[in-house]
Design a protein around this ligand. Sequence first.
Ligand code: NCD
Length: 301
Amino acid sequence: MSKDIIAIQQLTKKEILSILQLASEYQEKGIPGDVLKGKLVGSLFFEPSTRTRLSFEAAAQRLGAGVIGFSGTESTSVKKGESLEDTIRMVDGYVDAIVMRHPEIGSATRAAEVAMRPVINGGDGANEHPTQTLIDLYAIQRTQGTLDGLTVAMVGDLKYGRVPHSLAKALAHFPTTKQIWVAHDLLKMPEEVKAFVQEKGIAVEETEQLEDVLSQADIVMMTRVQQERFADVAEYEKVKDVYVLRPEMVAAAKKSMKILHPLPRLYEIPTTIDTLKHAYYFQQAQNGMYVRAALLTKVLT
Ligand code: NCD
């Protein structure tokens, strides 16, 4: 497996499936406490995070590894103007692997270029979020029993959302699974992702109509409109709540349809959805610790 996990396309289908398999063993039997004994993981979060950081740190510690790092740059030399490269060079000498999140596109690649140790991308700006994708694939496989022959809808901010970018690419490993991209004209999937997926011969449907999609989909991946990526506040206000899922809208959905969301959710999923049998997003987030434990195991052993 590639030393660094920067973008989902670095992993082969076989590698992805073996991570999901190990995650499932960990979830069924518990995470063994000695797998990463004596190892140290650097957890560098230059940008806000709840689930990604805490599930990685919980996974590392449950596997027996220690964790050092920071959450926000306020108390670090980044505040004095230290470059990303220099910060990474330092931490690289202290730890066995680096998990990082940073607001700039390409930051994880830059870190991997100077680090000797493996770098795992926990989100680089609006670019990629490969470990969330592993969690999404795990949720799909667990709830549908397969990753093949499904209809997966991705809804919301497909432009700035790193989660749909990585998921769309990963689903290209499963050519019989159809992707439907539901977005406002201002928030459509980037051309680069579209070209990647189409080159693999994947059928993609793009639409602005969520209602029509809900009755066909096996998975509906809702996403938050990424306010922090908008230069123009008025533009954000215009699109922030274009897609709001309401209980009556999912009435015609397949019984087995599951709603996913990387979280945090804002307007797009009201709490009235939480009690429906379709809601899987909190379980999806809980699964994340097992998936990240599986990934850390593969990277560090
Ligand atoms: C996502 C992210 O940070 O890209 N959250 C996460 O990692 N669970 C999605 C988001 O912030 O909207």
